[in-house]
Design a protein around this ligand. Structure first.
Ligand SMILES: [Zn+2]
Length: 265
């Protein structure tokens, strides 16, 4: 706030100073509002570049990130299928013990048969129960072998995982530390932009941001060979004179703010 108030004071003092050629050359690099806007746009575009870079994973990290993620996904998949198999095996084992109970019961009944017909019927039950028990035992064995195979794959993955993780961590740290530089640069640029904005009249600052939004992040454009470098419109000599005096001039073609470099004054 203080900075802004100070800038305001300087600006109103300037308003009373005579405008002449000498006055233009006397000014510092950021002598007038147009220079400040040009600088602000430059700083903002540099900030935008840093922000874009920070959002992108570097290629060497992206590769290991992909590998690490897919290894983790695969391990999760293997663990889940192991859990599923264990659940299924508990179900089969439960059914197996039920069938074994049933078989014992039928075998007990066999002792109490009273005739040939009952005997044959009891044997039939026993036979069916035995068959079922055998099937369940086979299924249990088969799923145990399958689970062993999956466990083996998971163990192999686990064994290599430490190396993969440290590779991933190293690449991640490298990326983060490179981002640290970018972050620092971005913070510096942000501060720079804020400092310039604080020196601008609020209405001009708002106008600048409005044009920036509406015209593809280009609000201030250079004049070269008496033409607008954005839309190629000719800048009339009267306007060039105004520019040389440091006045705010809009391009008659694209309505951007025109900027004339000091060397062309
Ligand atoms: Zn233009």
């Amino acid at each position: 706030m203080l900075q802004r108030a100070a800038a305001e004071t300087i600006r109103s003092a300037k308003a009373f100073r005579p405008r002449n050629a000498f006055f233009v050359f006397e000014e510092s690099d950021l002598s007038n509002d147009v220079d400040k806007l040009w600088e602000l746009q430059t700083v903002m575009s540099q900030l935008g570049e840093r922000e874009k870079l920070m959002a992108v994973k570097p290629e060497n990290f992206a590769a290991i990130d992909e590998e690490y993620r897919s290894a983790n996904d695969e391990m999760t998949r293997l663990s889940e299928s192991l859990e599923q198999m264990a659940k299924e095996r508990r179900r089969v084992d439960g059914e197996l013990s039920d069938q074994q109970e049933l078989l014992k019961k039928y075998q007990g009944q066999l002792m109490q048969v009273k005739n040939q017909q009952q005997y044959a019927a009891a044997w039939k039950e026993i036979d069916a129960a035995r068959k079922h028990v055998k099937e369940l035992e086979d299924s249990s064995l088969k799923s145990m072998a399958e689970a062993d195979e999956v466990q083996k794959q998971l163990d192999e993955r686990n064994a290599g995982h430490g190396d993969l993780k440290s590779h991933y961590d190293r690449a991640h740290d490298e990326w983060q530390s490179s981002l640290g530089d970018l972050r620092q640069e971005a913070a510096g640029l942000k501060k720079q932009a804020e400092a310039i904005e604080a020196q601008l009249p609020p209405r001009l600052r708002d106008e600048f941001h409005k044009i920036l939004r509406q015209r593809h992040n280009l609000a201030v454009v250079r004049v070269f060979n008496e033409s607008c470098t954005a839309c190629r419109s000719r800048v009339r000599p009267a306007l060039v004179q105004q520019l040389k005096r440091g006045e705010l001039v809009y391009c008659e073609g694209c309505h951007r703010i025109l900027f004339l470099e000091k060397s062309q004054h």
